[in-house]
Design a protein around this ligand. Structure first.
Ligand code: PEP
Length: 253
């Protein structure tokens, strides 16, 4: 087993103009050129998708979006659909990021609809889950992860290849705070997630599904996280914004 290729994904959140994003994407593509054995993805804002797709042409760096709507088209002002993201050059989409859950009313139900729609559109879906600090303090972490996985993946059978679904474990208290889960805390959560995935999707798919860790990942902590058996990569926010820093994370080995 363990043919899981690590994935290092950058979430650029609401940063960079289209010009800055295209420039930084081109710089990153150059910095990681020739790096083998690791997949790389960056997710800029919607406005940056097309210029970044152009900047990444011929590069192995994949393009992702940070969100999508579950319908293919319609009267949904301000939204974008899976087929639109695909046509803009995306191969991936992040779904259910804690900032979307916290500030934009994302629920496990909308996450579920979006994952279905993403897979339908032929996008790889990066499902984000994770507990708040309060939930961790109350020892509810595993219950929260169990619920987010079971509700988020309800009636989902990724049929479009064994790497169509990616799960990102992102403890909310570690996002943008400089606090990182210890390698052991992260491994415990990842092993649990894989166990739930086996119940939901079957053992084979659970084994081949990549589970990323997210929460203040940086060049100094990525190698230790990646040494854990169930950690298959990172979803990186702040430290993905600078191409040089992000390329160091990509080259963790
Ligand atoms: C994120 O936004 O997914 C994230 C993990 O952010 P940061 O790396 O800045 O904590």
């Amino acid at each position: 087993m363990d043919a899981r290729t690590p994935l290092i994904a950058g979430n650029w959140k609401m940063f960079k103009t289209p010009q800055e994003a295209a420039r930084d994407a081109a710089a990153l593509a150059e910095l990681v050129k020739g790096v083998e054995g690791v997949d790389v993805m960056i997710a800029p804002t919607f406005a940056c998708l097309v210029p970044v797709a152009q900047a990444l042409e011929g590069s192995a760096v994949a393009l992702g979006a940070q969100n999508m709507h579950w319908e293919t088209e319609g009267a949904y002002t301000g939204e974008l659909s899976g087929p639109m993201l695909k046509a803009a050059g995306c191969s991936h989409v992040i779904i259910g990021h804690s900032e979307r859950r916290q500030y934009f009313g994302e629920t496990d139900e909308t996450v579920n609809k979006k994952i279905k729609a993403a897979l339908e559109a032929g996008l790889k879906a990066v499902l984000c889950i994770g507990e708040t600090e309060e939930e961790r303090d109350q020892e509810k972490t595993l219950n929260v992860l169990d619920k987010q996985l079971k509700d988020g993946l309800k009636d989902i059978f990724p049929g479009s290849g064994e790497d169509a679904l990616v799960v990102a474990y992102e403890p909310v208290w570690a996002i943008g705070t400089g606090k990182t889960a210890t390698d052991d805390q992260a491994q415990e959560a990842h092993a649990f997630i894989r166990k739930v995935l086996a119940e939901l999707l079957g053992k084979d798919l659970a084994k081949s599904t990549r589970i990323l860790y997210g929460g203040s990942v940086k060049p100094a902590n990525i190698a230790a996280l990646m040494s854990k058996p169930d950690i298959d990569g990172g979803l990186v926010g702040g430290a993905s914004l600078d191409p040089e820093t992000f390329s160091q994370i990509v080259k963790f080995q």
